[in-house]
Every structure is written in structure tokens, then in C-alpha cells.
Design a protein around this ligand. Structure first.
Ligand SMILES: [Zn+2]
Length: 320
């Protein structure tokens, strides 16, 4: 765990009533009503930009950073969220697997994670991940800013609209074009080899692919493989957030068909490449955060427009 340069509160979390901080959502020791929208979140607990990343990112924040526990109608998020200021921007960091990497990809509480970000006020989400290449020209240590996904998962709650309200959100272009452009431009400026666009196929995991599956994905022309992009990107869209992914390529999934010397991926190899390149991921995200502006007119921000009705599903979950 990284050292924290800022003082911790009493306990690790800012529970209302114990620290005098504002209530966000439901707490463990009182039956509070879940407040439906986040525009009310203020001060030290407010964030405009969310990043699904932990290790290496906390150091970007100033001394006023705080750790916030946000409970949600979908249960707890993966971990405490670290909220603070980076060069004038309010930013929230949440490691999607938890700090102890305790959530495997298929068990990540995606809905709670996105809901918690929204409660803090986040409207812009950057979602870095590690990923395996499916194409020879997409090489380990390259970055990809994808523009499409293919869903091959099967067990994940993937919507906030479980009824009675039904919403069919448009996902033709799932990633925010503004954030994508920014990430690609900043990566190039930093000298990072970046692929502008690409399709990620999201598998259920936690196992890796068979050779047959990987061949199928490659032949379909898809660029890389991940276990976490779905349903994260969908849930962001349902909450009218701008969302973009940047993938660090760590391996060639099952190896390369015409080069037997390239072995299939192992978990250890992924961690090794990720560790060696995490600093570049953090630098890119820092550069993007520095330059990003909110745009209320961005299409992502208007994806769903049934105010008042959209939270019914979540509140029902809370009761059930
Ligand atoms: Zn957008």
C-alpha cells in the first residue's frame, strides 16, 4: 500500500456523525435515505473527475486529500475513495479491484463504483486498465484508447434500470469522443505509442482465453482483450457521465500464431509489465486531468433524460 502524505481522519473513513462531515448515501449505523443525485456534494468531498485507479495515483493529490466511504443502494464500492485536488481539479480515485486486489473482475461491484462516483459529483471518468493484445501490431507496452467493445461476459448486473422504469441506452459509440481525443493527443505528446481506436472484447474471467477463443477474437479483427470494461462503460453512460478507457497492453493473450517463442499470458507476467509501466499510465492520466474540461453539451451527458424516474431501480434494490 502506498504511503499517504495526508493525515487520516479518525478511522479510515469519513462517517457522518463521527467526523461532522456530510452524509453521503446510507451509513452503516443509521437508516438514512439515499439521496438521489450528487449535485449537493460540496467541499472536500466533492469531485468532478473520477479515475478507476489506485496505486501510483494517490501521490498526485495535495495534502487536503481525504478518504471517503460512500455507501450505495448497490452495496459498498470496491474500496474507500480518495478525493482531493490536483492542480486545481477535484479528483476521486477508486481502485476497481480494491486496494488488496480482493475483487476478481467478475465480482467487482461495478454499479456501486459508478454510483459512488456520481454521488461525489463526478461527471468525467477515466478508466485505465491492463489488457492483452489480439493483434501483432498492438505490442506489449503500447497503449490503446478504444472506441468499441464486444461483451462476452455472462454474470454481471449491467444496468441501473432493473424496473419498473425501462431504459434502452444508446451504446453505438460507447466511449466519450472528447475524452478519447484528449487521451490520444496527450499520449502522443508524452511520446507514448498509442493506438487511436480499437475494439476491446470483454471476457468473463477470471480465467484467460483458450487458443480457440483467442483465435476467434483475433480473426474478428478485435484489438485487445479485457475483463473489466463491461459493464463499467455502460453504467457510466446510464449515469450521463463522460467515460474513456486507456488500456496498457501487457501481453499477447495466448501468444502469437506465427511466433511460437511468444508464450501465452500468465498473471505474473501481466503484473510485471504493469508495474514497469504504471508510471507512464499515471503520467498520461495526470496530463489528461490537467487539460480536461467538463462539457455539459457532450452527448454522453444527455444519454438518459427521465429525471426523477431513473433512480427507482436502485432504491428498490435497497429495499430488497
Ligand atoms: Zn462525453
Amino acid at each position: 500500500m502506498p504511503s499517504r502524505p495526508w493525515p487520516l481522519r479518525s478511522g479510515a473513513f469519513s462517517f457522518p456523525g463521527k467526523t461532522g462531515e456530510k452524509t453521503i448515501g446510507r451509513t452503516s449505523d443509521e437508516e438514512a435515505e439515499v439521496e438521489p443525485m450528487a449535485e449537493h456534494t460540496e467541499g472536500k468531498l466533492r469531485a468532478d473527475i473520477g479515475v478507476f485507479g489506485g496505486s501510483g495515483f494517490y501521490e498526485l493529490l495535495g495534502e487536503d486529500a481525504v478518504e471517503v466511504w460512500v455507501d450505495t443502494p448497490y452495496g459498498p464500492p470496491s474500496d474507500v475513495i480518495t478525493v482531493g485536488e490536483f492542480e486545481g481539479k477535484r479528483v476521486a480515485f477508486l481502485p476497481r479491484h480494491g486496494r488488496g486486489h480482493q475483487y476478481p473482475p467478475h465480482r467487482i461491484p461495478y454499479r456501486a463504483n459508478l454510483w459512488a462516483m456520481r454521488e461525489l459529483g463526478v461527471k468525467t471518468v477515466f478508466a485505465p486498465c491492463a489488457a492483452g493484445s489480439l493483434q501483432p501490431h498492438v505490442k506489449p507496452a503500447d497503449f490503446v484508447v478504444c472506441d468499441q467493445f464486444v461483451d462476452r461476459t455472462r454474470s454481471r448486473p449491467a444496468t441501473f434500470y432493473d424496473g419498473p422504469v425501462t431504459v434502452h441506452v444508446s451504446l453505438a459509440d460507447p466511449y466519450c469522443p472528447r475524452l478519447r481525443r484528449l487521451l490520444v493527443a496527450e499520449a502522443r505528446r508524452l511520446g507514448i505509442t498509442v493506438h487511436d481506436g480499437g475494439t476491446v472484447v470483454v471476457i468473463e474471467g477470471p480465467r484467460f482465453s483458450t487458443r480457440a477463443e483467442s483465435k476467434w477474437f483475433s480473426q474478428a479483427g478485435w484489438e485487445f482483450i479485457s475483463m473489466t470494461q463491461y459493464p463499467e462503460v455502460v453504467l457510466a453512460r446510464e449515469l450521463n457521465m463522460c467515460y474513456a478507457n486507456v488500456a496498457l497492453i501487457t501481453d499477447y493473450d495466448v501468444g502469437l500464431a506465427d511466433d511460437p517463442s511468444v508464450p501465452p499470458v500468465t498473471h505474473e507476467a501481466v503484473l510485471e509489465v504493469f508495474k514497469a509501466n504504471n508510471e507512464r499510465v499515471v503520467s498520461l492520466l495526470a496530463a489528461a486531468i490537467r487539460k480536461v474540461d467538463d462539457d455539459p453539451d457532450c452527448g454522453c451527458r444527455k444519454a438518459v433524460s427521465i429525471p426523477g424516474a431513473k433512480w427507482a431501480g436502485g432504491l428498490r434494490s435497497l429495499e430488497g
